[in-house]
Design a protein around this ligand. Sequence first.
Ligand SMILES: Nc1ncnc2c1ncn2[C@@H]1O[C@H](COP(=O)(O)OP(=O)(O)OP(=O)(O)O)[C@@H](O)[C@H]1O
Ligand SMILES: [Mg+2]
Length: 238
Amino acid sequence: MAEPILKVSSLYAGYDGVPVLHGISLEVMPGELVAIVGANGAGKTTTMRTICGLNHPIKGNIIFEGMDISHLQAHKILRLGISYVPEGRRLFPKLSVEQNLALGAYIEDSKQEVDKRKEELYEIFPVLKARAKQTAETLSGGEQQMLAIARGLMSKPKLLMLDEMSLGLMPSMVEKMMEIITDINKKGTTVLLVEQMVQEALEIAHRGYIIQNGRIVHSGYASELLESEEVRKAYMGM
Ligand SMILES: Nc1ncnc2c1ncn2[C@@H]1O[C@H](COP(=O)(O)OP(=O)(O)OP(=O)(O)O)[C@@H](O)[C@H]1O
Ligand SMILES: [Mg+2]
């Protein structure tokens, strides 16, 4: 059987030594699209930040492609092939679309390669090409989110991690974003995403994990989670 590309085991992490994650375990297989869903404050962002090295585990470990990355620095983890698109987009507001994209590929030295990747991303996100010279702060919310995702892809990650990309977007834009992510995944990038929009996320994911108070309380095939009455009642208001 194939090995997981990412394996998180009994992870404890938090702030100032106080854990907010109490033994998170999860796996992502190569090529999968996995969703972590749960309410505000459940620990979704903390999980993502700890995987990509912006937070450090108190206990437990994180294995990426067979290598223990639990205590590596974020820039090293990026070089290994994990790209994190943070909650709230965190673009460089005064820089143009193309400058923001170029910064996503700062680990790549060849300008030719950077330009090639930009062109590839403009095919997925034509609106960004049309706005290449515009500063990020002048983009609409949806365009900014697309730029954040595109920037995350500029490093050619093996694993793309997306934190709450639906935040502040109108429903039609959320739907579009979900389609784009499905497409990116189908083209070969493994995706781990975090969402408060439980239903929308589970509809595009292969598998899901439901996190509550720093613990995984349900996991399974996304289709099964979507059908589970308990999950529907607790997380989809049905
Ligand atoms: N920098 C920080 N310092 C102290 N506590 C923090 C910090 N960031 C988050 N926390 C706490 O950790 C817990 C988990 O927060 P986290 O941001 O991981 O949740 P989340 O599931 O991403 O929530 P949301 O859906 O609102 O983004 C919360 O109780 C939060 O208050
Ligand atoms: Mg969060």
